[in-house]
Write a protein that binds this ligand. Structure first.
Ligand SMILES: [Zn+2]
Length: 260
């Protein structure tokens, strides 16, 4: 039986039978695939470090000839473990949310280098505490398209015309409102918040990585994205429930009015 070598990140693990695990890997060149890893829960297993959740590894596998069948692990060589992520509660939740979304929204074995890069960049940022919240929010926003969804942010959602400036973001319709279309009883939101969303609508992921965003704007947008995944896309990302009451979703009381 021939083997194949793939680089990938473990996004899900499930214990299976005696000492085995079923792994979901998101690979650099072949997208998501399932891997049966026998014996790896034995203390003596040489492969055990390569198959931990969030490990980036090189996997030598016996490839199933059937597309939807599980391949089998021969050897696994750890490249990087991202193990520091699990030591911090919020960091762990950020990583888990991104892994769950990729797991739920990507098809089996469809090469998708962009999603792999988003996953890798986000895990690196979370581990190194290098703009981790910003990069997590960007991942959440850009991964929406995996579900075939998109917020229409390149024009005013009411008059359908592009504008250089917008006055608010509508939480229900997930669209921007231009100065001509804002109703008298509507609040003009904080300019940096509206501008951030406007820029996300026209910039690529790589362009957005270079930008600076206000932390409270990101927190407010985190709530928007959590609601979007559950209400618009119908996905239940269970770690989102665990953000309740944490700093990652709480706009300080004194600033709430600017986001209404
Ligand atoms: Zn308008």
């Amino acid at each position: 039986m021939s083997t194949e070598i793939l680089e990938g990140i473990v996004i899900k693990t499930e214990d299976f039978e005696d000492y085995a695990q079923l792994l979901t890997i998101f690979s650099k060149n072949q997208g998501k695939f399932f891997l049966y890893a026998p014996g790896i829960r034995k203390e003596s297993s040489k492969n055990k470090y390569s198959v931990q959740l969030l490990s980036k590894s090189e996997f030598e596998i016996f490839k199933s000839r059937l597309v939807d069948k599980t391949s089998k692990l021969k050897t696994g060589k750890l490249i990087h473990s991202f193990s520091a992520i699990s030591k911090d509660f919020l960091s762990y939740l950020y990583a888990q949310a991104i892994c769950d979304i990729i797991d739920l929204l990507t098809p089996y074995q469809l090469p998708d280098i962009e999603t792999y890069q988003i996953l890798e960049i986000t895990l690196e940022a979370i581990e190194q505490d290098n703009e981790k919240f910003k990069k997590y929010i960007l991942a959440l926003y850009y991964l929406i398209t995996l579900g075939g969804n998109k917020m229409m942010l390149d024009k005013c959602y009411r008059c359908r015309k592009p504008s250089t400036i917008y006055k608010r973001f509508d939480y229900k319709n997930h669209g921007l409102i231009c100065p001509n279309c804002i109703y008298q009883n509507e609040n003009k939101q904080k300019a940096s918040f509206v501008r951030m969303i406007q820029q996300l609508g026209i910039n690529t992921y790589n362009e957005s990585l270079k930008r600076d965003f206000d932390i409270i704007d990101l927190i407010a947008f985190h709530n928007v994205l959590i609601n979007y995944y559950s209400n618009e896309m119908g996905l239940h990302i269970y770690v989102f429930d665990q953000f309740k009451g944490t700093a990652s979703v709480n706009v300080p009381k004194a600033l709430e009015a600017e986001y209404l």
